[in-house]
Design a protein. Structure first.
Length: 681
């Protein structure tokens, strides 16, 4: 007599959910806590062996002439199943309702003797990549009345082990596995590779190993495609809604620093009854002027982020209240930071336009390209800065304002280059390689030099034609710059001089390079931003690993050089186009908006001179072989009044300190007191 035991291992030839269920689960199956319906796999039938007889041998089973077998009665076989659930993030659905509903529907769809022994579920988006799934902790925020054995990542991990607790996986519907067809079929294929079937409560579950799979598979794929289409359609419709919302001038999210919310009742009655509102932006009477000041410090005086933060911090919270983080008051540090200043300078809403989609919120809050921003077609709220001032604040300056701090000279020793304060430091560039020229002393005299390094620049196109060293004295440069400002920027004959210079260009044909120039200038702005980010990384690396600090600085240096090379190439292309097109003569009248002031340069402190140079974005280009010098300043129509204020402020500040002190005035706009007249009482 022999007894044949049939347990859950015999299911390896059975079929479930549109296909076979290969593989063999372990004999011991431990149900998860909380599921009282689980039972160990069992069931057997006994067959008595007959003693040997003289009858002919029984034909081989399965052959056409074989005697049909009589089905033996067997006890029910228990099939252990894992349940897989998923609900969207907590802002879209209620996990405390959705997940129990999914579990109930899954239990109802199970065949007899199929028992759920493990529960895997997540509270996350089904559109994430598979390697990003199953790691969310959002479920911990809710009291979900279902024991949890892990997420989808834990399910796949256990399915690959030989001691897994389940032979199949059940979900409410196939889109609960993933909202993208690719990831859904990938999970299904991975489970089948481990001998685990993936079933859905809204699909037929067959235990017949010979069941047809074609039509059920087609049905599942159609459902997956429809689920993916539905999500994409809803996202597209939602996107269009946000675009129209932005065009109408409604703000999304918290009002930026400097603005307050002008709230109106929601136009939809159902949402209005819930107390919801929509809002536009109105200037904050206290914080609005702070924003304008930040742009002036950056765009006109070329201050660094850190320097601006120190200025605002020194003014006190009554005059310049520090910004409040979006996360709430508990995250506030109560002071101005460089990152806070930078965030304000990068926000185009201050120009009066409504802008959306600047950040990719679902990709780590990374910045989107400007080409992907959604703008309102016209200004929708009061601007705190002009568009020209916003553009002027975008080009980036160095953290030190371009001027090295003066050091004390060595007593009794020769003068060193670092002991001299160079008047035009950061303004002078080499016309051959476009690199910034640096200050250098020779026999006690200051020069500006450009000496390329072979190990860095030997592969550049300009390297072969570049002399080993290009030098120019500081004195002729200073005299040329002073003459340029005196005659061409602040002098009474500036318009006539400029018109004379433009006469030759006016006779040449003008090409239609406007769109191309705008693209090139936008690319230059992006490169400058990239360089500033590299400098910020370098300045903020105070607590880095000393062992890797040198390698870190070298990496920053290489990336910075590559960005500078790109900027030079773009600038050269812009200069080529600009030289071909000339300058519209109508722009000459912009100079009339600037004050006419005579300057006593020798009596003007260097700090005030540099303030003027920064406001006009002075750039000096020197070509050594032909000893040619180009001096450029930028005057935008929208910034002419701002530039005038800078000139007037410098004049007033200097005059206030010098009038009555017996010192000649650097600006003739402040009248000198006659030495023969006694000051009035």
């Amino acid at each position: 007599m022999a007894t044949l035991f049939i347990t859950a291992r015999s299911l390896q030839s059975e079929s479930a959910c549109c296909g076979s269920m290969p593989g063999s689960p372990p004999a011991a199956m431990k149900p998860s806590k909380g599921d009282h319906n689980a039972a160990p796999a069992q069931g057997s039938i006994s067959m008595a062996e007959s003693p040997p007889s003289s009858l002919p041998p029984t034909p081989t089973p399965g052959t056409p002439w074989a005697v049909p077998e009589i089905a033996a009665e067997s006890a029910p076989v228990t099939v252990p199943v894992a349940w897989l659930g998923r609900t969207s993030d907590e802002d879209a659905q209620d996990p405390t309702l959705s997940l129990p509903r999914q579990l109930t529907n899954s239990r109802k769809a199970l065949p007899a003797n199929w028992v759920i022994v493990a529960h895997f579920y997540d509270v996350e988006s089904g559109r994430k990549a598979l390697d990003e799934r199953g790691h969310s902790l959002a479920h911990e925020r809710f009291h979900i009345p279902i024991p949890r054995d892990g997420g989808i990542a834990d399910l796949l991990s256990e399915a690959s082990r030989p001691d897994r607790r389940f032979a199949a996986v059940i979900c409410e519907s196939i889109e609960r596995v993933a909202r993208r067809t690719y990831y859904g079929t990938k999970v299904e294929h991975e489970l089948e590779g481990h001998g685990v079937a993936l079933c859905a409560a809204d699909e037929p579950i067959s235990t017949d190993g010979k069941a047809k799979r074609a039509t059920p598979t087609l049905t599942r794929r159609v459902k997956q495609a429809v689920a993916e289409w539905y999500v994409l359609q809803m996202l597209e419709l939602s996107w269009d809604g946000f675009v129209e919302h932005t065009k109408q001038g409604w703000n999304i999210g918290k009002p930026p620093y400097g603005y307050a919310a002008d709230r109106v009742p929601h136009p939809v009655p159902a949402r209005r009854s819930e107390g919801r509102t929509k809002h536009r932006l109105i200037p904050d009477p206290v914080r609005g002027p702070v924003v304008t000041r930040i742009y002036q410090l950056r765009g006109l005086e070329r201050r660094s982020y850190r320097d601006i933060a120190l200025v605002l911090q020194a003014e006190g919270p009554e005059t310049a209240p520090p910004p409040m983080p979006t996360r709430g008051a508990e995250a506030a540090i109560g002071r101005w930071t460089a990152s806070a200043v930078r965030g304000i300078l990068e926000n185009p809403k201050y120009t009066g336009y409504q802008v959306w989609n600047r950040k990719a919120r679902k990709k780590g809050n990374t910045a989107n390209p400007i080409s992907e921003w959604i703008w309102s077609p016209h200004p929708t709220h009061e601007a705190l800065v002009t568009r020209e001032l916003f553009d002027a604040a975008t080009p980036l300056a160095t953290a030190g304002g371009g001027q090295r701090t003066q050091r004390g000279g060595r007593v009794g020793g020769p003068a060193r280059s670092e002991d001299h304060v160079y008047q035009l430091r950061s303004y002078v560039f080499c016309g051959l390689c476009r690199h910034r020229m640096y200050g250098k002393l020779s026999k006690g005299r200051p020069y500006y030099a450009c000496q390329p390094k072979a190990d860095h620049d030997q592969d550049a196109d300009w390297y072969a034609a570049h002399p080993k060293a290009v030098w120019i004295g500081e004195r002729p440069l200073v005299e040329a710059v002073r003459t340029f400002f005196t005659e061409r920027v602040l002098g009474p004959q500036r318009i006539e001089i400029l018109r004379t210079d433009l006469a030759a260009l006016a006779a040449e044909p003008v090409g239609d390079h406007g769109p191309r120039l705008r693209r090139l200038r936008a690319a230059v702005v992006e490169v400058e931003r990239r360089k500033e980010r590299l400098l910020d990384q370098l300045s903020e690396d105070d607590e880095g690993d000393p062992a890797t600090a040198r390698e870190f600085r070298r990496g920053i240096r290489r990336r910075y050089d590559a960005a500078e090379k790109s900027r030079i190439e773009l600038s050269q292309e812009i200069a080529t186009i600009g030289a071909a097109d000339g300058i519209p003569t109508s722009d000459v009248a912009i100079l009339d908006l600037l004050p006419q002031i005579g300057v006593d340069w020798d009596a003007t402190p260097l700090e005030l001179q540099r303030r003027l140079f920064d406001a006009f974005q002075l750039r000096i280009t020197y070509r050594g072989p032909d000893r040619h010098l180009d001096i450029e300043v930028t005057v935008r129509a929208g910034l002419a009044k701002e530039l005038s204020r800078v000139v007037d402020a410098v004049t007033a500040a200097d005059s206030a300190g010098r009038c009555g002190a017996g010192v000649s005035q650097p600006f003739t706009g402040c009248p000198q007191q006659d030495s023969n007249l006694r000051p009035s009482a």
